[in-house]
Every structure is written in C-alpha cells, then in structure tokens.
Design a protein around this ligand. Structure first.
Ligand code: IMP
Ligand code: MG
Length: 199
C-alpha cells in the first residue's frame, strides 16, 4: 500500500517535495508493540532505563515505553550530526547530556534510525564509560547498506533500503516529524517550463 503526499515549500520558490509512504502507521504500531514484548522478555524482572536520542526518537520512545510492562524510567540525550541536509557529515557532537547517572542501570538506548552508525558508536562509547549494568540498543529503522561504523542494534523495527526517510519523528530540515507513517522523501525542483527534475 503506497500513497503519495505532495508538499510545496513556500520558502524556496519552485521547490517541490513529496513523501511516498514506506511503512504505515498501523505497521509501525504493531511492530513497536512486538519490540516492547521482546525487550521485556529479555529482562523480565529488571527496571529499564530508556535513553532517547533527541529529537528523532521521541515518538518511537513514547510509544515503546507505554507498551513495556513493569518499571521504566526515561532520560534524553541530544547529538547533532545532520544539520539541514540529507547527507551526514560523519561528525557527532553532544548538544544535551542526560539528567541523571546511568551507573548500575539497565539502559536501553532508543534511536530513530541506524544509518552510518557514527552516532550510536559515539554514544555507546560515552555511555560505557559511565558504568551501566548493561546497555542494549533499540532502533525503529536500520539502513544496513549505509553502515560505516561497526555497531549493531539489539532490537530493530524495520530494515529499510538506502533512501532518505521522514515521519514518525524523522525530519528533513525539522519538518515532517509529525507524520504518522514513515515515507521516502523526494526533493525536486520545477524549471520554468514546469518540468520536474530530481535533485
Ligand atoms: P548515523 O550516525 O549515520 O547512523 O545517523 C543517525 C542519525 O542521522 C539519525 O538519528 C537521524 O537523526 C539521522 N538520519 C539518518 N538517516 C536518516 C533518514 O533517512 N532520514 C532522517 N534522518 C536520518
Ligand atoms: Mg536521530
């Protein structure tokens, strides 16, 4: 089932963007529920400390947290690596640290997407130094073709092809996070004759 939504950017004249649904709201909700069960099955009695990577993971984290039974606590960290482009710079910078210590806790790092892996590699190095009891990684999406850093997630919602996606927390220039589905973004421009070109 695919559907296409056309958005016209007002800020850039002639710029045209479209989003084609890749994973529907319903499929996301079903899979998030399954992931919550997988996580609780692996740690039946432990309090789990979910650490969300802002801002992309927010929708995934709040849905996941509500589906995990038992004791849960939450914290957030923010890094920047992408800016307003669809290509990564490979540079990761910590822009907001956690509020509380993770020492002795069972930490589940919650990320929207595992792409090159640079962000997670950086975060796991930072977290390991803080002596958690154990660390696991949950990502909604995984783009294995793009991997550069040697890093893997313990829980993966969906493996996706090498396409730039938006929605359910994922953005392009801070837009589209509020879409319920995940979709592939196409950037296009219209020349004066009205022919659509792909960027
Ligand atoms: P990585 O460090 O290359 O693995 O990239 C991780 C971060 O890049 C994610 O947390 C996202 O914020 C961003 N990112 C990677 N791929 C996409 C995409 O297809 N759409 C939107 N953001 C993306
Ligand atoms: Mg992110």
């Amino acid at each position: 089932m695919t559907k296409s939504t056309r958005y016209t950017s007002k800020s850039k004249r002639n710029a045209q963007e479209s989003v084609r649904t890749l994973i529907s709201c319903e499929d996301i909700q079903r899979r998030v529920g399954e992931m919550a069960q997988e996580i609780r099955r692996d740690f039946p009695t432990e309090a789990l400390h979910l650490v969300g990577v802002l801002k992309g993971s927010v929708f995934f984290l709040t849905d996941l947290a509500r589906q995990i039974s038992g004791e849960i606590s939450l914290d957030f960290i923010a890094v920047s690596s992408y800016g307003n482009r669809t290509e990564t710079s490979g540079e990761v910078k910590l822009t907001r640290d956690l509020d509380s210590s993770i020492e002795g806790k069972t930490v589940i790092v919650v990320e929207d997407i595992l792409d090159t892996g640079m962000t997670l590699k950086y975060l796991l190095r930072v977290f390991e130094q803080r002596k958690p009891r154990r660390i696991r990684v949950a990502v909604l999406l995984d783009k294995p073709e793009r991997r550069v850093a040697k890093v893997r997630a313990d829980y993966v919602g969906f493996k996706i092809p090498n396409e730039f996606v938006v929605g359910y927390g994922l953005d392009y220039a801070e837009r589209y996070r509020n879409l319920c589905d995940v979709g592939v973004l196409t950037l296009g421009t219209k020349d004066k004759k009205g022919t659509k070109e792909k960027k």
